[in-house]
Design a protein around this ligand. Sequence first.
Ligand SMILES: C[S@@+](CC[C@H](N)C(=O)[O-])C[C@H]1O[C@@H](n2cnc3c(N)ncnc32)[C@H](O)[C@@H]1O
Length: 238
Amino acid sequence: MSRTNVDQNEIAKFEALASRWWDPTSEFRPLHDINPLRLNYIDERTPLAGRRVVDVGCGGGLLSEGMARRGANVTGIDMGEAPLAVARLHGLESGVQVDYRQTTVEELAADPDHAGQYDIVTCLEMLEHVPEPASVIRACARLLKPGGDLYVSTINRNPKSFLFAIVGAEYVLRLLPKGTHEWKRFIRPSEMSDHLRQAGLDIHDLTGMTYNPLTKVYRLARDVDVNYLMHAGKPSGE
Ligand SMILES: C[S@@+](CC[C@H](N)C(=O)[O-])C[C@H]1O[C@@H](n2cnc3c(N)ncnc32)[C@H](O)[C@@H]1O
């Protein structure tokens, strides 16, 4: 049922690159560069130590390991075999424990052992790679305990994001391989807000992430025109 919400072409793109996931000079450099920013964003809003977390679309495990290092009990899920193999191998080397599983979030949320069991669900830089992001968000919401927190990040859809995230990042600066992103799959914050509310969540924050190509530095910012993060919460007592 739920595997219909997986685009195999998208999975294949990450399978092909997976061996370089932990190389900070590779195609994954942008994820390495933004990792401390997003880890701090999450940890400041929902202190990670001791929390039960699912990282949806965890890839090679950059965020999953980062959260586990800060004391969270992390399950990382992805549909890519090679990224998960890289994540497991890296965990063996680093000694940081994460439970990696090949599954969709819809399948995990349909399992009564997992539904309603998590303090935090993260789904970063993944929603722009799936056919139906609203289905992913509904499943993330189902995994949360009452009072739990969901963190999502993606790319806005407007002329500026086409220029910066596709022309700039893929063709001019070559930060990402050509074809990494499809503009029509980008998600406006208003659309994301609708998906979150329809999943029964309250929206707590919207923050932009900007990149300065001269200094090569990413920052959290008010500008949500291109990359952005959102924090939403499941009402307590539901
Ligand atoms: C850009 S990477 C982001 C990795 C990680 N979330 C991060 O930000 O460091 C996108 C990941 O989403 C995974 N993915 C894409 N569609 C998926 C789906 N339907 N279910 C699970 N994982 C998926 C890909 O295999 C890939 O590892």
